[in-house]
Ligand binder design. Structure first.
Ligand code: FE2
Ligand code: FE2
Length: 316
């Protein structure tokens, strides 16, 4: 904490050191003993609740992967680009590790990759179509929320529900990766907030002028409520999700640069509504969950081509 009561993480954040750490902490599916004892700790009841949750979680890793792929192309330095390429690969690895767990627990039907829920599908479709056209300051403020509320948080929720030691080992490694993702996400938000106020406004207004953003909002809003419902169905207290979302708010309290980002203020204000169950926002968001559930499969896009890279096999 500085004399004036504010801190800047950029001054202390060393992206080169982060990249070195990421490289040093790499792990592979082959490091895990997938046949190890403990699979029987998953009771039939837990098995039933866990299977759809794991399928969604696995696809949310892919949402993260797709986001980082777009960020890698926008990164202002080669170090950051390389960090994002690693994160992209790590998210795919998380997805594959979760698939391998599902296979271990007998949740997979042969070699078929489970389908995500419709809200995850819509977000993937949106990112696939529009992420590369979004500015770094947009992606760099939205992706951290997805990471803090979903990608990083969901796995922590199931960690407490599952006794299987093999899963615990996998989750420990994924959690360690996620802590580096979040540290970097926050440092980048701080860095982005250093831009001139004029530049920030141009980026912000330009981003919202795109009609695609509306599709993004309409995908993102029901996704959060849908995942909240899934968490509750898993037997996890939804307060845990809200606690995770509050951590996003804390970033702006730590960094006066991050809170200069207009998009940060929007995401934060939105999070404030999400964590307040009595807010009328939920009438709309829950209605969207119901409405999207009615979307016929036929008009939904097929799984994106990169989904073919998904495998539970210990290749990487
Ligand atoms: Fe992840
Ligand atoms: Fe992540």
């Amino acid at each position: 904490m500085g004399i004036n009561g504010s801190t800047t993480t950029t001054a202390t954040f060393d992206f080169d050191a982060m990249l070195a750490k990421i490289k040093a902490r790499q792990w592979a599916l082959a490091d895990i003993d997938w046949e190890g004892p403990g699979a029987e700790t998953i009771s039939p009841d837990l098995h039933r609740r866990l299977a759809p949750f794991m399928a969604d979680l696995m696809w949310i890793e892919n949402v993260g992967a797709r986001g980082f792929a777009a960020m890698a192309r926008k990164a202002p330095t080669e170090t950051l680009a390389e960090i994002y390429r690693h994160f992209h690969a790590e998210e795919q690895k998380h997805a594959n590790a979760e698939l391998a767990l599902m296979r271990r627990w007998g949740m997979l039907d042969g070699d078929t990759i489970p389908e995500p829920n419709v809200n995850v599908k819509l977000v993937i479709e949106f990112l696939d179509r529009y992420a590369d056209g979004m500015s770094l300051s947009f992606l760099g403020t939205v992706i951290p929320m997805l990471e803090v509320a979903l990608d990083g948080a969901l796995i922590k929720f199931v960690t407490d529900e599952i006794a299987d030691p093999v899963a615990q080992e996998v989750f420990r490694r994924i959690n360690a990766d996620e802590s580096r993702h979040l540290a970097t996400d926050y440092a980048v938000m701080d860095l982005l907030g250093h831009a001139q106020a004029r530049r920030l406004m141009i980026d912000f207004v330009g981003g919202w002028l795109k009609p695609s953003l509306l599709i993004g909002v309409l995908s993102y809003v029901p996704l959060l409520n849908r995942m909240r419902d899934n968490i509750v169905a898993m037997g996890v207290d939804e307060e845990k999700l809200y606690a995770a979302m509050r951590r996003y708010k804390a970033v702006g309290e730590r960094s006066r640069y991050a809170r200069r980002l207009p998009m940060y203020q929007v995401v934060k204000a939105h999070a404030g509504m999400v964590i307040n169950r009595r807010h009328p926002y939920h009438l709309v968001a829950d209605a969207l969950v119901k409405a999207t559930a009615l979307v016929p499969d036929a008009i939904l896009p097929p799984q994106p081509s990169w989904a073919r890279e998904l495998t539970y096999k210990a290749v990487s």
